[in-house]
Write a protein that binds this ligand. Structure first.
Ligand code: GRF
Length: 207
């Protein structure tokens, strides 16, 4: 049986929801969220940053903003399933330690197991760089360009047991131009992501 979403408590400016941001790479989405929280009274606050890579540039943003951060890399275990479970257990331990109430995936390039999703379902949010259900998976921009799409965009959604299939919270459209490369399109979509994600979190955390 598939579990239903259990939403977080309602956050407020006086008592914001404690957020953990999961990242893998550049962390531009994390930086946008941190800057948003700095300049807008919001009902969420980043209390923890976790990356699955030691080399993630985003970890430096956490340090700059004085936010506890950890690189939790995949453990050295042969069995792939066991490896994922152990890795997620380490992440879970940090989330619990930091009393996290909402987990925000921002460029986190791992697919979470149903075991982890079940623990956080309704309190686990992701941003995907396409207008879902179009172009799910790890190559959204390549797929949009291949398809000759004239419009693409980004989607904030709750995470369920599938890949980019959870309930959609908000979307923003971005034009695609004939001269676009994957990199150019990615940068344009990221700009839209940086506006959409913090606002959508505000909406979701306060509803
Ligand atoms: C974003 O476009 C996000 O939607 C995708 O990966 C990118 C991460 O960028 N899943 P950054 O690490 O936040 O710069």
């Amino acid at each position: 049986m598939v579990d239903s979403y259990i939403p977080p408590r309602r956050g407020s400016i006086d008592d914001p929801l404690r957020i953990a941001v999961l990242i893998s790479g550049g962390g531009s989405g994390l930086l946008a969220l941190l800057n948003y929280q700095l300049t807008n009274p919001s009902c969420h606050i980043v209390e923890l940053v976790i990356s699955d890579s030691d080399a993630s540039k985003g970890l430096h943003y956490a340090t700059e903003f004085d936010i506890p951060s950890f690189a939790i890399e995949l453990p050295d275990i042969q069995d792939k399933h066991q490896q994922r479970i152990f890795h997620e257990d380490m992440v879970q331990e940090k989330l619990i330690e930091s009393k996290i109430e909402l987990v925000v995936m921002s460029g986190y390039m791992r697919i979470l197991t149903p075991i982890f999703v079940k623990k956080w379902k309704g309190r686990l949010v992701n941003i995907h760089p396409s207008l879902l259900p179009k172009y799910p998976g790890a190559h959204a921009h390549r797929d949009a360009l291949k398809d000759g799409a004239e419009i693409t965009g980004c989607t904030v959604h709750l995470v369920d047991e599938g890949v980019d299939t959870g309930e959609i919270l908000a979307q923003s459209e971005v034009p695609v131009f004939a001269t676009d490369t994957i990199e150019i399109l990615q940068e344009r979509v990221k700009k839209a992501e940086h506006l959409l994600y913090p606002k959508t979190l505000d909406y979701y955390c306060s509803k």
